[in-house]
Design a protein around this ligand. Sequence first.
Ligand code: MRU
Length: 324
Amino acid sequence: MDNIIFENNRLFILDQSKLPNEEIVIEMKSLEDCYDAILRLKVRGAPAIGIFAGYSLALFHGGNIEKAKEYLDSARPTAVNLTYATSRILKSYRGGKNPVEEAVAIHNEDKNTCFKISEYGLSLLKDGDGILTHCNAGALAASKYGTGLGPIILGTEKGYKFHIYCDETRPLLQGARLTSYELEKSGADVTLICDDMASYVMKKGLINAVLVGCDRVAANGDTANKIGTSGVAVLARYYGIPFYVLGPLSTVDFNTPDGDGIVIEERDADEIKNMYFEKPSALPQTKCLNPAFDVTDNSLITAIITDRGIARPPYEISLKELLK
Ligand code: MRU
C-alpha cells in the first residue's frame, strides 16, 4: 500500500501512527491537516516528509506561499528533505510554473533515487547475511523500496535470504510497528529485538552489517539519524561490523560543516511516559528528555550510500565527488 497518494488533485496518506494494527487512509483537506500529519508522524521518515510537504505546499498554500512554507518547515526541524522540497515548490511557483507538477516530480524522483540507493546497498551485502536495522527507513519512510531497507527489499525480491534483526526503536517504536510490518509483507526473515539487545546479537556473530536511514548529513559526513543510532554505530565499531548510512545525496547539507550544526528535534515527554502503555510508565512530575535524533560521528560510519554512488572516508572529499 502506498504511503502518499495523489489522485484527482486530492492528497491522501496511509496513517502510519495507526500501523500495524489498522491500515487507515486519510485525506488532507487543509494546510493545518498537513502540518498536523507531519508533527504527529502520520507521515514520517525524511524522504516521505519531503514528498508530502511538496504536495501540501503546492495544494494548500492559499496564496501566501512564503508564510505557508515557513509554517510547514517548522513542523519537524531535523530532516533536510522537508525544506528541500518546500524550497523547490516555492521556486517553481515564483517561476510561474504549476507547483503541483513540481510536487509530482519530487515524488517520482524519489522512487528512482530509492531504487538506485537499494542497488548500491545490495552490492555490499551477501546472500545469508544477518543485518541489523534501527527505526524505519523503508517504503513507508520514502517511496518504493525506501533507503535503509531498500537493499533488503530489493535483495529479497532477487531471492537473497537475509536474516534481519530489527530494533524496536523507542520511544515511538517505528522499528517494531513499521519495519517488522514492512519486512513481513516483503517475505524477508525478520526478528524483532529491543534496542538494548543490539550488543547481544552482535556479540553472538549474528550481524554482518548495520543499515540505517538518515535525516541530514553534514559536509564532513556526520549524520543525524533516529535517536539511538549513534549507540548502535559505537557497538558496530567495537564488534568490527560495517555500519552503513543510506540516503539520497540531497540529504547532504553542504552548508552545515559538521554534526554540531544540526538542529535536533525535541518531542513531547508524553511519548516516553504515556504512549503504548495501558498506564503511565512514570510519575506525572518525572522529567523526560525526548530528542528525536542523534548525530553519528563520521568516524563510526563505514560508508554513506547515496543514489549517486557510495562515499567512503574522508567524507569531506568523497561526498563532494558524488556531486560531479
Ligand atoms: O521520526 P521519524 O520516524 O520520522 O524518523 C525516521 C528516521 O529516523 C528514519 O530512519 C530517517 O528519517 C530516514 S528515513 C528513510
